[in-house]
Design a protein around this ligand. Structure first.
Ligand code: NAG
Ligand code: NAG
Ligand code: NAG
Ligand code: NAG
Ligand code: NAG
Ligand code: NAG
Length: 476
């Protein structure tokens, strides 16, 4: 009887134990599912992605691969080069800095890397605030402005769009300092990879640096899409690699750039992937070309198309190819064996056509930035941005495992607020017959794209362990 009772008690304990361990097992399984599923959600989602109906989307932007060449070095700016750094009596590295007038010369002490740094400030939430000091160069002082971005030359009447700076909510973003920048990149190299907006960015950087130094063109070709510039005083080189789709491509018609491109979505574009290994900084971007008619290939088989007339091919969205292109780009980056630099992904930047699409009279005529509460991104831009961020996160995680540094330069929202910064109709003579009559994709130089270099410098400092305006001490 007693024994029986004891046994019964044991049995009860046993059943209770086994129920509680069952519950525990279920809980663990549930937690696993809940944590793992969201990680793979984007993959699951794109596997299930529905094809878009043919040409449902109006934004098949046509981009000009400009044939204009940069004008030659401006004679006025010859001889404006600053002396290199030297050590002062206290053993600090100093560099002379040019200011306005005779009294403007002063010495700048360069703080050694490693001090300060406040990475906690979110640079990308903020507003454009007035900045009467802008702009920092003109079309007369910088020779690197390409025709279709030389808005002043083509009669843009307003100049207020030059008088804004980006103010993060919780800190200040230091304005680009060409002397400090050149000291930071002494003996280093920087590459841009992307399309004409990447080139736009590079030309902005050359113009901002033109207050201090001009580069020599050391390119082997006259092809504007593959250029290399050298700043001899600083042993600094800057290169650009044209790759609007980031992956291997072919034209369906060699001579006609408006005909669909074949995108080999799983193949590297070796024109940049084989070149970037030795660079210290790589700024990679891609965007509007993904809205053009394209055929998608994987393993050399057609897997879909965008705006094609074939009815037996699956019609896919721009985000379909965008996602795969970024994934392949990251695969290329993460397979670099000796890369010691850092890759900055400059995020998708929306265009600002209003009142119609690019080829149906759409234009961008605003003359002021938006406040952050005044503007919402269009759905298709948001989709591109989200797709890119997802791929960035996967790529970044993989890169971290391999010890490769990548960072995000998140210009999307910052530039969403600048509908006033595009050439619009001031990118060409009124009489000129160009593909894009009103250009709401590229950015005037000077213009809000100059701010990208404020961000670039801050991100470089953060990588250095410095950051946020602490790095310069001025002794007048
Ligand atoms: C860093 O920035 C945050 C704002 O993002 C601020 O609250 C904090 O005080 C800053 N820290 C230092 C040391 O400046
Ligand atoms: C610069 O812009 C002005 C108008 O502000 C124009 O008259 C001039 O031709 C332009 N110069 C160059 C070199 O583009
Ligand atoms: C210039 O920089 C490269 C590294 O980018 C270095 O190998 C080379 O020695 C430097 N040249 C001079 C003259 O400092
Ligand atoms: C140009 O060609 C020379 C010789 O072929 C080569 O050494 C150099 O690296 C090339 N420069 C660029 C920028 O490709
Ligand atoms: C946006 O915010 C500003 C203050 O920053 C306010 O004055 C304005 O009324 C707001 N606009 C809208 C459309 O909410
Ligand atoms: C512009 O060029 C296109 C073809 O290249 C032509 O059809 C059109 O009529 C031209 N427009 C003007 C105003 O010359």
């Amino acid at each position: 009887m007693k024994l029986h009772a004891i046994n019964e008690g044991k049995a009860q304990v046993l059943t209770r134990r086994s129920t509680s361990s069952k519950i525990l097992a279920h809980l663990i399984a549930l937690t696993l599912i809940l944590t793992i599923l969201p990680l793979y959600y984007p993959y699951i989602r794109y596997i299930l992605e529905k094809p878009t109906p043919l040409a449902s989307h109006s934004n098949d932007l046509l981009h000009v691969q400009s044939t204009t060449t940069l004008s030659r070095q401006h004679p006025v700016y010859r001889g404006h080069l600053l002396p290199a750094t030297r050590e002062n009596e206290a053993g600090q590295k100093v560099v002379a800095k040019r200011g306005k007038g005779k009294r403007g010369r002063r010495e700048v002490v360069l703080k050694p890397p490693g001090g300060g740094g406040n990475k906690s400030c979110d640079l990308y939430s903020g507003e454009w605030v007035e900045n009467p000091k802008g702009a920092y160069y003109t079309n007369e002082t910088c020779w690197a402005i390409q025709e279709h971005q030389n808005c002043m030359k083509f009669g843009r009447p307003d100049q207020d769009f030059l008088k804004w700076r980006w103010k993060p909510n919780d800190c200040e973003l230091q304005e680009f300092d060409p002397v400090e920048f050149l000291e930071m990149v002494r003996g280093k190299s920087l590459a841009f990879v992307g399309d004409s907006v990447a080139r736009n960015h590079m030309q902005s950087l050359i113009c901002l640096l033109s207050r201090v130094a001009y580069p020599n063109d050391v390119s082997n070709s006259s092809d504007l899409n593959f250029k290399q510039y050298e700043y001899p005083e600083y042993n600094f080189t800057m290169s650009i690699f044209w790759s609007p789709y980031l992956v291997n491509t072919e034209r369906t018609d060699r001579r006609d750039i408006t005909q669909p491109f074949k995108l080999y979505l799983d193949e590297f574009d070796e024109s940049w992937t084989s070149k970037i290994e030795d660079f210290n900084y790589v700024i990679i971007s891609a965007g509007q070309w993904f809205f053009r008619p394209t055929m998608f290939y994987s393993g050399r088989h057609v897997i879909g198309c965008l705006y094609c007339s074939e009815s037996n091919i699956r019609h896919r969205s721009s985000t379909f190819s965008y996602r795969r292109a970024w994934r392949t780009a990251f695969r290329a980056i993460n397979s670099l064996k000796n890369f010691k630099g850092i890759v900055f992904l400059r995020s998708f930047v929306p265009s600002h056509f209003e009142g119609g699409r690019w080829d149906k009279g759409g234009d961008c005529v605003r003359t002021r930035p938006f406040k952050s509460n005044e503007s919402v991104m269009e759905d298709y831009s948001l989709e591109m941005y989200k797709t890119q961020l997802q791929e960035y996160k996967f790529g970044e995680r993989e890169a971290r495992k391999k010890g490769i540094k990548v960072a995000l330069m998140d210009m999307t929202q910052v530039m969403q607020l600048r509908p006033d910064g595009h050439p619009s109709r001031y990118g060409h003579l009124p009489s000129q017959n160009v593909t894009m009559a009103n250009d709401c994709v590229h950015w005037c130089l000077p213009g809000p794209i100059d701010t990208w270099n404020d961000f670039l410098m801050e991100l470089m400092k953060r990588e250095d362990g410095r950051g946020l305006a602490n790095s310069l001490v001025c002794i007048d």
